[in-house]
Design a protein around this ligand. Structure first.
Ligand code: ADP
Length: 175
């Protein structure tokens, strides 16, 4: 029996940590649906269309990876596409707590859907979309964290937003 997994996320934007989890997932499962959440309740840098396009581009060339957009509950999306495995990535202990709570909540809603979590590779432990956005907002070099197409999109987006942008709050990396 062929097994498909859904790898859901905001991907704002996709980075090498996500890409590594997607590549490894595509080796484990027969098919991987990378599901880009289209209306998260947090301030986003890129539109759903841009996040989809960047994610598609970054994962191009893998015949068993499909990238689609979705809204609403992840478990409802899983039911819609008839998938019973959700793939997630784990970086640090705080991820574990978040994933643990979400897995339990999702399990209450859809007991037939299981979560499989892959532990990040050492070199991606610190990598998050928030860190990438913050470094790029301050003009830092993100070329070791994201593919060139994402780097170009970040430069374009921050140019559009201008100096006084407030989309990315500066919390950790300035000063
Ligand atoms: P969400 O907004 O749902 O947290 P993200 O786009 O931030 O979605 O991430 C999607 C998934 O990718 C999550 O399971 C997250 O833990 C995982 N992930 C993010 N960064 C990394 C990384 N550096 N290494 C491994 N997994 C990661």
């Amino acid at each position: 029996m062929a097994i498909t997994a859904v790898f859901p996320g905001t991907f704002d934007p996709i980075h090498f940590g996500h890409i590594d989890i997607a590549h490894r997932g595509a080796l484990i499962f027969d098919k991987l649906i990378v599901a880009v959440y289209d209306r998260p309740l947090k301030s986003l840098l890129f539109s759903p269309e841009e996040r989809l396009a960047l994610t598609r581009n970054a994962l191009n060339g893998h015949s068993n990876i499909e990238v689609v957009g979705y809204s609403g509950l992840t478990v409802d999306f899983c039911r819609k596409v008839n998938v019973k495995v959700v793939l997630r990535g784990l970086r640090v202990f705080s991820d574990f707590e978040h994933e643990f709570r979400m897995a339990l909540a999702n399990n209450r809603l859809a007991p037939e859907v299981d979560v499989v979590a892959l532990v990040t590779r050492e070199q991606h432990t610190f990598l998050s979309s928030t860190t990438v956005r913050e470094i790029a907002a301050l003009g830092g070099d993100v070329s070791s964290m994201v593919p060139p197409i994402v780097e170009a999109a970040l430069q374009r987006r921050f140019k559009e937003l201008g100096e006084g942008q407030t989309v990315v709050p500066m919390t950790a990396l300035r000063d």
